[in-house]
Design a protein. Sequence first.
Length: 161
Amino acid sequence: MLIYQKNQQNYSPLQVSTANVKSMPVMKSCWKTSTKKLQIEARVMGEVANTAIIPAAIAYQNSLIANVKGLKEIGVDSKVSIDIVKKLTEHLEIVKTNIDAMLEERKVTNKLEDTRDKAIAYDEKVKTYFEVIRYHADKLEQIVDDSVWPLPKFRELLFMK
């Protein structure tokens, strides 16, 4: 009997004797557990981004745009404010694009019937979005003003008692 074991970049066949077939339900259980954890993480990541991070970033972006317009009205051209708006917009677009793509990939992956195939798809397709989303959400956290950001900032978590 052949099963597959993750081996750095790909899945390689692993020979299993029929005496060890009793362990197959355990492996199936591991695949289900892995899938469930990634499903929850992806769902929560999408929900937090769409309901907290993106709205806060847009609110801050709007206040910066109003600031830039006000400065232009009095004849001041603030390249710093414009650069901040551009960086914020870039990170915001990357987060939103990747959240949407991840959610679409989840829909496709959730339709898979085979437990093993679903676990592999979550690991290789859905999970790949996590790092990009986290990186750009962290950048938004650094840019957005504390009074607008709805979540505890990382530096605040470091010094909580």
